[in-house]
Design a protein around this ligand. Structure first.
Ligand code: SF4
Length: 376
């Protein structure tokens, strides 16, 4: 038996589903936002929504780092290759995300730009070492989970004295995005009764940074693991909090997450980064103090300073509902382009490209949504 099998047990899943069904109040609605794209995929892959009572709905959140990257940053990266001839390295998903005018990094590569897909920051360091005649730029993305490895790469580049490597930092922070979602009101807003908090991010930052959610917004949070029983148990914990009138941060993923997070990772991030006053998110606009940038001591490794470019105003592809989907206001099937012109082979927006995107989840699991992929 593998360690994960216990978290995919069909019998336990049925017991959890029965407990949830027994405890939900039929007179009320439970709208639970899964912040993270990893949860969205677990919900679809294992048919978890179908195991829930009809008055409990999962609302998809903005927790996909590729999806929340605004077009401007992709336009900026493409412009760096064009205007400065840099070697741009980044992770696979980003290569196919449409920028302005449906350009992509992949199309820029086909047109002659030196764009390379990498699997880890160590690949970037190796390319910079092996090709000292090239200026190598690492387009770094991700939430707090992938920020510490970027910090390590920056420190390594400095220690080795690499003069031809710099970093285009697109990392973003989870709590400000959560605050922005909860602050949206009126027609722009989404009503939520509970939050399934991200698990991998929380291994780095801990549970404490979410305390503003119950304290200021009166909404309970449960930090939830990514396996199907994790998600179901977390839903049950939220149902119980809601029924009891409690508003707390609870930790379902206690096997990996502590209150204070990972002290070493947080120290590395604090050493290398400062918080930007403001950063643009796709779907959420400019959010204050929502993203790190390289600290002044590392300014010489900052690609934005080394290779400045000016990009024109970026425009979303007409009809693409990614911004509304990222705010939890619409579901992918409400987008007119879904499955018609927008598919994983021909994506119109980031939500269909990314392995964590809501549109990709709907597309991948739409034919067998009613069944469950849980173990017997
Ligand atoms: S289906 Fe395609 S076009 Fe529609 S919101 Fe999703 S990614 Fe955008």
């Amino acid at each position: 038996m593998k360690y994960v099998d216990e978290f995919r047990d069909r019998h336990l899943a049925r017991q959890l589903a029965a407990a949830i069904a027994a405890e939900v109040d039929p007179e009320r609605e439970y709208r639970l936002m899964e912040f993270c794209g990893g949860h969205t995929h677990a919900i679809f892959r294992y048919g978890i929504q179908q195991l829930m009572p009809p008055n409990l709905r999962f609302v998809h959140g903005p927790g996909c780092p590729v999806c929340v990257l605004p077009m401007t940053r992709l336009d900026q990266a493409i412009a760096m290759t064009r205007e400065h001839g840099v070697t741009l390295c980044t992770y696979g998903d980003l290569m196919r995300v449409p920028a302005s005018g449906r350009r992509t990094l992949l199309k820029a590569k086909a047109a002659g730009a030196d764009v390379r897909m990498i699997y880890s920051t160590q690949d970037v360091l190796r390319i910079a070492r092996d090709e000292p005649e090239r200026q190598v730029v690492f387009m770094a993305i991700g939430f707090e989970t992938t920020t510490p490895p970027t910090a390590v790469a920056i420190l390594q580049a400095r220690a080795e004295g690499l003069k031809n490597l710099s970093f285009l930092c697109n990392h973003v922070l989870t709590p400000p995005a959560l605050r922005a979602i909860l602050s949206l009101a009126g027609p722009e807003g989404v009503r939520l009764d509970g939050i399934l908090g991200p698990s991998h991010v929380s291994t780095v930052i801990g549970t404490r940074p979410y305390e503003f959610v119950p304290n200021q917004f009166g909404i309970p949070v449960v930090i939830a693991g990514f396996e199907p029983l994790d998600v179901m148990q977390s839903a049950l914990m939220l149902v119980r909090q809601i029924n009891d009138g409690r508003r707390e941060v609870e930790n379902q993923y206690s096997r990996a997450v502590g209150e204070g997070g990972n002290a070493r990772a947080l120290e590395l991030m604090a050493r290398v980064f400062v918080t930007r006053p403001s950063f643009e998110w796709r779907g959420l606009g400019f959010l204050p103090e929502s993203a790190p940038a390289l600290a002044e001591d590392y300014a010489d490794l900052d690609a934005e300073r080394r290779f400045p470019v000016t990009v024109e105003t970026s425009r979303e592809i007409k009809g693409c509902e990614c911004p509304a989907i990222l705010r939890g206001l619409k579901e992918p099937t409400e987008c007119k382009l879904f499955g018609a012109v927008c598919t994983p082979d021909n994506p119109m927006g980031a939500c269909m490209v990314s392995s964590e995107g809501a549109c990709a989840a709907y597309w991948s699991h739409r034919t067998h949504m009613p069944s469950s992929g849980l173990n017997r």
